[in-house]
Design a protein around this ligand. Structure first.
Ligand code: PEP
Ligand code: MN
Length: 376
């Protein structure tokens, strides 16, 4: 059960203290308090965990400072959607709002290789009106002898160049909790010219200690990739780990699944599950067409598979696209074969806009259909 308090309830107010005293004496029930900081107001949510079946919803609504009460099932307590659940499915970070109702493109380097390429990428993004980017500094590689990323050494110039070109949020994978500290330090050292969304990759979806470390901090939102060889439920539970530690600013990324069925793509594309994740949880949903397709193959219509699957995800309501670009893919140190080129950026963005418009039209069509079928 979740008690949602009136906005901006102070934890020092008498009423709040009365509520806490009442909850403390409930048998076999533990409480967990989460503060959800929005642009305008702070919402306090109190999670009651344990034997809540005996609690009467109406009685709980009458408690001091309580505005609403939601009875929740065991699954995805914080991030999930529950019956009569009207909690927000959005959050704001560094001036950018992430929501189940909008769309952001995070194009950029799979792996940062040098300053010149970072600058070219940032410049191209700004010229297309983009405020988000992807930049890999810590690269988990299958082969121990492959380039592992420049790590903390590249962070100062990546952040400074992001600031120079007005990039507000960089999605950056971390593979160890010490990387959070390194990002903190580099942002501090450079005067916070940009923001960071911590990315947890598909190889770490169930790295519970990393999830706990990322979930404990609330400076940065988190982009959690779906595990490529586990069930959707297991991946959504991994997201819930982040929230249960205190950070519910989480975006869930679909990036394809590993199969042994001789697929034409690097991974089996799972973007048909965008609406499913939005139905089960309140997380905005990201698609990663680069790591799922893994090539620049085109179909007879001359359109690249990367473009096709991006459009398929967006037309199904995706809220974020994470996509590899590189100024010189042939010299990229990681994932060159799947990278799009800078001259393709405006076309990629326009293609995304077309698919998004189609999604908006589909939503309108559905509203019309619902209305018309209600009359009949
Ligand atoms: C990435 O986005 O750079 C990446 C390594 O993705 P994934 O974890 O999905 O393989
Ligand atoms: Mn990659």
């Amino acid at each position: 059960m979740i008690l949602i308090l009136h906005p901006n309830t102070s934890s020092t107010s008498d009423e709040y203290q009365q509520l806490q005293q009442f909850l403390a004496q409930l048998p076999k029930i533990k409480t967990q308090t989460h503060e959800v900081k929005g642009a305008q107001q702070t919402l306090t949510e109190i999670y009651l965990i344990g034997d809540t079946a005996s609690l009467v919803l109406e009685d709980m609504k009458d408690l001091p400072t309580v505005e609403r009460v939601i009875r929740i099932s065991d699954d995805y307590r914080i991030l999930g959607r529950h019956k009569d659940d009207k909690r927000a499915s959005s959050f704001a970070y560094n001036g950018v709002t992430f929501s189940q109702d909008n769309l952001h493109i995070f194009a950029g380097l799979c792996a940062v290789d040098n300053k010149e390429h970072v600058e070219k990428m940032m410049q191209a993004l700004q010229s297309q009106g983009q405020v988000c980017a992807r930049m890999g500094a810590y690269k988990p590689r299958s082969n121990p002898y492959s380039f592992q990323g420049h790590g903390k050494n590249c962070l100062p110039y990546v952040f400074e160049l992001a600031g120079k070109y007005d990039i507000k949020v960089i999605a950056m994978e971390i593979t160890h909790d010490s990387h959070i500290q390194e990002i903190n330090q580099a942002l501090q050292q450079t005067g916070h010219p940009t923001g960071v969304m911590l990315q947890i990759g598909t190889r770490n979806t169930q790295n519970f200690e990393l999830l706990k470390a990322a979930g404990k901090q609330t400076n940065y939102p988190i982009l959690l990739k779906r595990g490529f060889g586990i069930t959707l439920e297991e991946s959504l539970n991994a997201a819930e780990y982040l929230a249960s530690e205190g950070n519910s600013n989480v975006i869930f990324a679909l990036r394809g699944m590993k199969t042994n069925m001789g697929d034409p793509h690097r991974n089996f594309i799972d973007f048909a599950q965008v609406p499913v994740v939005k139905r089960l949880t309140r997380m905005p949903v990201c698609i990663d067409p680069s790591h799922s397709v893994g090539s620049r193959e085109t179909s007879p219509d001359n359109i690249m598979d990367v473009f096709h699957v991006t459009a398929q995800g967006i037309i199904a309501g995706a809220n974020m696209v994470l996509v590899d670009f590189h100024p010189h893919p042939s010299s990229a140190l990681v994932d060159g074969p799947q990278a799009l080129r800078l001259n393709e950026l405006p076309y990629f963005i326009e293609d995304c806009v077309i698919a998004r418009e189609a999604y908006e039209k589909r939503k309108k069509l559905n509203i019309r259909f619902q209305k018309e079928s209600a009359i009949v």
